[in-house]
Design a protein around this ligand. Structure first.
Ligand code: MG
Length: 370
């Protein structure tokens, strides 16, 4: 590797997206471009935000950890031959999994491009298309929610997930069941409840939900095991699973029956594969989630969703679901049967529109590696 470029990138969402922890309209992230001596470029994305909301990692902590710790290590190891070496190189740095993922992704893209192979093949993917579900934010207005569900089902999305928070939980589920019947439906609390709210989950348990995602604290495994023992609806963990060891501990405790794996949350592709292989061995289904990634981050979600143990629809939407403008070509589009085609070109398989990134980037940094 010869150089690395970092962009603090901001994309305006078409409409604000609300979860139990806040509202987003401008999506911040750090885009990463690594270049080798032949001029080949690999792209990655750390889907961090402008504040510690979903995760403690932010744009500024990411840029800081890159500049002070990760890039100096990369300079020492600029002859890195395979992206699986990256986690070892940065193993002296604790945490900062999303920051690490941003660079690891770029190394995977570069490596796949250098071999002329699509990324999904390289990581063991087995699908030509991936199945998409839609995630609908906390709307708080029943008529708008109904219109929204109707719209996305019409677009072809294969399951509906709604974000819930105290005061917006049982009623919207009840309404959707009444109007749309037996559609695949799940809820995501983003850690908004405690065990004192168990009545909410005992009530939700009556509606045949596919799963209830991250009902309790974002770091908890133990209390989720108690809640899982009280309800028949599978609990799906998202925020609580940051690594393979969390997946193992949660499995042993009985904290979950499904995992929403976000490749960036767990530190990249390598850790995603480890969690994938562990859950497959124990017959626990997973699916791939997202954090309002740009078209670049989305490519890594798509590649991960081609892995064989991904057995539920994924939170991977078409580009136009969130963004007016896309920074990759072609944009990610949903086919009428609710699937997204997996690109067959080398690397992430989509072309990155650098001039758009340059135009919308708030800050840009470049470092020589060798
Ligand atoms: Mg979630």
């Amino acid at each position: 590797m010869k150089k690395i470029r970092l962009y603090h990138f901001v994309a305006r969402l078409r409409e604000s997206f609300e979860t139990s922890f806040g509202k987003t309209i401008d999506r911040h992230c750090v885009l990463v471009a690594v270049e080798d001596s032949s001029g080949l470029i690999g792209w990655g994305e750390a889907p961090v935000d402008d504040g510690p909301w979903y995760s403690y990692e932010t744009v500024d902590t990411t840029l800081y950890v890159y500049r002070e710790f990760i890039i100096p290590l990369l300079k020492k190891h600029s002859g890195i031959e395979h992206p699986v070496e990256f986690q070892d190189i940065v193993s002296s740095i604790r945490g900062y999994r999303m920051a690490k993922a941003g660079i690891e992704f770029a190394l995977w893209d570069l490596y796949a491009k250098s071999l002329g192979k699509p990324l999904y093949k390289l990581i063991g993917g087995v699908r030509d298309y991936i199945v998409s579900g839609v995630s609908i934010g906390v709307i708080g207005d029943m008529d708008r929610l109904i219109k929204s569900v109707e719209y996305y089902l019409d677009r072809g999305y294969r399951r509906v997930k709604i974000k819930i928070k105290p005061g917006w939980d049982v009623e919207p589920v009840k309404t959707i069941r009444k109007l749309f019947g037996d559609i695949p439906l799940q809820v995501d609390a983003n850690a908004a409840y405690t065990l004192f709210d168990k009545h909410v989950f005992l009530e939700l348990d009556k509606y045949g939900l596919t799963m209830i995602e991250q009902p309790l604290s974002y770091e908890d495994l133990y209390e989720h095991s108690i809640l899982q023992s009280m309800i028949k609806t599978p609990i799906c963990l998202d925020e609580s699973i940051k690594s393979l060891s969390d997946a193992i501990a949660g499995h042993r405790l009985g904290s979950y029956r499904v995992i929403n794996v976000k490749p960036a949350r767990v530190g990249g592709i390598l850790e995603t594969i480890k969690i994938h292989d562990y859950t497959m061995m124990h017959n626990i289904p997973i699916w791939i989630g997202g954090m309002l990634e740009t078209g670049i981050g989305r490519a890594f979600q798509v590649a991960a969703a081609t892995l064989p143990n991904v057995r539920y629809p994924n939170d991977i939407s078409e580009s136009s679901r969130y963004y007016e403008e896309e920074i990759v070509e072609p944009p990610w589009t949903l086919r009428s049967n609710g699937t997204i085609e997996v690109p067959k070109k080398p690397g992430i398989g989509v072309e990155v529109l650098e001039e758009k990134i340059e135009k919308y980037a708030k800050r840009k940094y470049e470092y020589k590696l060798a």
